[in-house]
Design a protein around this ligand. Structure first.
Ligand SMILES: [Zn+2]
Length: 366
């Protein structure tokens, strides 16, 4: 299955990009701002989406990080409460490590892609709209080289602070930018700071998205590892977490949390990625973890081969070429699999860890 998934993604990439290149250039909203909900484009999107019945409470006012003490109880805010939700936080496959990068692409990303290609490692990139429209070629390279693209919103605001309409604008503009460049419409999203509650979940589901946060013990804290000294400390701490996981029962695999918005983050990635081979873990993409051969909305482009893999899960030096064009994909995916099967774990331990993360979330990361 893993071989087939990687081959399929490589195959549809070229077809999707070819279709996207025929589109008219788009005027995107200003960077690092919540897009204007009164614009004609957002108003058109809002007409297509039924938000009836979804509450629209006043903002709690925190645009950078969740504020657990200022948010309504019972809203099931992932980082604040013990509560049932269908967010994906663990890779369902034991012994698999899904390496994920947030906040890019940036000028720091190409050296990371060089490294991942050299190591034959595929990752998942949760991309931010205002960065990707400044780095379109890098985004395209991520896609063509077999990495998975998922959303991290347009301006990286805490979504629980935004109105339903603003959430639509954040998600749809990011979605459109990626679709304009690559031809695919993203299906998975990681809310900035992991900040999500039941209201935001409802809006994201209306937009066709599944939420992927991260395994709570596997925040790499690369945002604290910006020089050699802190890098050594953070990498040692992460190595211990991975080692403990390997020694444990391994009921599920791991979604780690990393970033690709500084050279320090990339250097950190180079330090910790080899831990997978050292500890006997298999690196995986979101697509592999979720057994979702087409991790995007809709169906793959026609004439995409999903039955004759030519690459392995480790990738090949030429992983963008379709192996053939003989078999239609048929659009059969596992995307409608109930997310309750995704490895969700919410307990006191993870809630405590989440609270600790909130305290550490002053920096503009996650
Ligand atoms: Zn982020």
């Amino acid at each position: 299955m893993v071989k087939l998934i990687v081959s399929s993604i490589a195959a549809f990439a070229l077809l999707a990009v070819a279709q996207a290149q025929a589109t008219t250039p788009t005027q995107y909203p200003p960077g690092d701002q919540v897009p204007d909900i009164k614009s004609a484009q957002v108003q058109a999107w809002l007409k297509e989406i039924d938000l009836t019945g979804i509450p629209n409470p006043p903002s709690h006012g925190q645009l950078v990080a969740p504020a657990c003490d200022r948010t309504p109880k019972g809203a099931c805010i992932w980082m604040c409460e013990i509560c049932p939700a269908d967010d994906i936080i663990d890779c369902p496959l034991p012994n698999h490590w899904a390496i994920t990068f947030d906040d890019g692409p940036t000028a720091a990303t190409p050296p990371l892609l060089d490294y991942l290609k050299e190591q034959n490692v595929k990752a998942t990139f949760f991309v931010q709209g205002t960065n990707l429209v400044q780095n379109k070629e890098t985004l395209l390279r991520e896609f063509k080289e077999g990495h998975i693209l998922a959303s991290h919103t347009w301006s990286h605001r805490a979504l629980t602070a935004l109105s339903n309409e603003q959430i639509v604008a954040e998600v749809k503009w990011t979605e459109k930018a990626v679709e304009d460049i690559t031809g695919v419409r993203m299906k998975y999203i990681r809310p900035p700071f992991g900040d999500i509650d039941n209201r935001v979940r409802q809006v994201l589901k209306k937009l066709g998205y599944k939420v992927v946060n991260w395994s709570l013990d596997f925040d790499t804290k690369d945002y604290e590892a910006l020089d050699a000294t802190t890098r050594t400390k953070a990498s040692a701490a992460f190595h211990k977490k991975l080692s403990d996981y390997v020694k444990g029962p391994k009921a599920h695999g791991i979604y780690s949390l990393q970033h690709d918005n500084t050279p320090g983050n990339v250097e950190f990635a180079k330090v910790i990625t080899p831990y997978a081979a050292e500890l006997g873990l298999k690196t995986a993409t979101l697509s592999e973890c979720q057994s979702d051969p087409y991790p995007y909305q809709g169906t793959p482009p026609p004439n995409t081969n999903t039955t004759n893999p030519t690459t392995t899960s480790g990738g090949s030096k030429n992983n963008t070429a379709p192996s053939s064009t003989s078999t239609a994909a048929g659009g059969k995916t596992t995307s409608d699999k109930p997310s309750s099967a995704s490895g969700l774990t919410v307990n006191a331990k993870t809630a405590t860890a989440a609270m600790a993360m909130v305290a550490a979330a002053a920096a503009y990361f996650f």
